[in-house]
Design a protein around this ligand. Structure first.
Ligand code: NAD
Ligand code: LMR
Length: 340
């Protein structure tokens, strides 16, 4: 699917013909966990992405072929296929350019993301085994919690299989960025889409570090207590949704929105667009933690460049200090799971 098409006509979403030049713009994207709360709206959004020409939906749920038939009636170019159960996993993954993974159980009130580890670890491990066999060059975007441990699991599996490329394994932290921008937009009274804010570290509680000092436009809060409260709201926003859903799961729609944004950025990078920047949780040597999230440039091989996290103020340095031990623990849990 990586063949370059020198000049081709593609039918755009509105039915008109666009002229495309030398870059690849026909990608196969897989959603693993496609029938779930995140998977279905994520697939709905990806079906509308003009860079997606094949959309493979994989899940163990019986409804999966039906979800695929449903989406296939949308008049957008992506061809949709449904794959149900482990015996159809290879066909789903085969030759994928990008595999987005929201497979696994979500939190209920009172649970931490780490409480999901025992169930979700083997799900992500088995998906990574299939990716190593059927699409070793695919870019993985892991949504499944706990993200801080799932990325090390997938990485270790790919290492064992001899196909690991750290540029191609991303933990999805986009929802933290989306939330931070939404809350700042509200505070500043501006369109939240105009807010740029890096969120670094990982994706759970204290490991989520919004760099409010680097927000553009600047956050209209001068009082340090309010900065602290906003920071904590962003760190606990997932729990805010879990509580509000009262046993009905965790964030799904905002996550689908965020996952589609990250997938689109990965695809634009693969296509050859320049200056594609998103935050993601990746293999990193910036801190003591072997995996760390911050803004990265996405390109033809996944992560092209780690942009680091710039200057932290004193408050943010404290947040970073609190995050590192937790990240180290989460990473070790993931790595040990595969090594044992
Ligand atoms: P859900 O229960 O609604 O959906 C999960 C889907 O995974 C189900 O359709 C289920 O059948 C499927 N599944 C289970 N085992 C599978 C397997 N072995 N292979 C393929 N599919 C399998 O849950 P959800 O609300 O969609 O959440 C999914 C995951 O995403 C959870 O772990 C949740 O904590 C996480 N999440 C992460 C973020 C983030 O910011 N990274 C945000 C929200 C949720
Ligand atoms: C989120 O941040 O919404 C997700 O990680 C789901 C959760 O469990 O909070």
């Amino acid at each position: 699917s990586r063949t370059l098409k020198p000049v081709s006509t593609v039918v755009a979403q509105n039915g008109t013909k666009n002229f495309s030049t030398s870059c690849q713009r026909n990608f196969k994207v897989v959603v693993a966990g496609a029938s779930g709360g995140i998977g279905q709206p994520l697939a709905l959004l990806l079906k509308q992405n003009p860079l997606v020409t094949r959309l493979a939906l994989y899940d163990i749920a019986p409804v999966t072929p039906g979800v695929a038939v449903d989406l296939s009636h949308m008049n957008t170019p992506a061809k949709v296929s449904g794959h149900k159960g482990p015996e159809e996993l290879s066909a789903a993954i085969k030759d994928a350019d990008v595999v987005v993974i929201p497979a696994g159980v979500p939190r209920k009130p009172g649970m931490t993301r780490d409480d999901l580890f025992n169930t979700n670890a083997s799900i992500v491990r088995d998906l990574a085994v299939s990716i190593a066999q059927n699409a070793p060059k695919a870019i993985l975007a892991i949504i499944t919690n706990p993200v801080n441990s799932m990325v090390p699991i997938a990485s270790e599996v790919l290492k064992k299989a001899g196909v690991y490329d750290p540029r191609r394994v991303l933990g999805v932290t986009t929802l933290d960025v989306v939330r931070a921008a939404a809350f700042i937009g509200e505070i500043n009274g501006v369109d939240p889409r105009s807010v740029t804010i890096p969120v670094i570290g990982g994706h759970s509680g204290v490991t989520i570090i919004p760099l409010l000092s680097q927000s553009q436009p600047a956050v209209k809060l001068t009082d340090q207590a309010k900065i602290k409260a906003l920071t904590e709201r962003i760190q606990e926003a997932g729990t805010e949704v879990v509580k509000a859903k009262a046993g009905g799961g965790s964030a799904t729609l905002s996550m689908a929105f965020a996952g589609a944004r990250l997938a689109d950025a990965v695809l634009r990078g693969l296509k050859g667009d320049s200056n594609v920047v998103e935050c993601a949780y990746i293999k990193s040597d910036l801190t003591e933690a072997a995996y760390f999230a911050n803004p990265v440039v996405l390109g033809k091989n996944g992560v092209e460049k780690n942009l680091g996290y710039g200057q932290l103020n004193e408050f943010e340095q404290q947040l970073l200090k609190a995050a590192i031990p937790e990240l180290l623990k989460n990473i070790k849990t993931g790595e040990d799971f595969v090594k044992k």
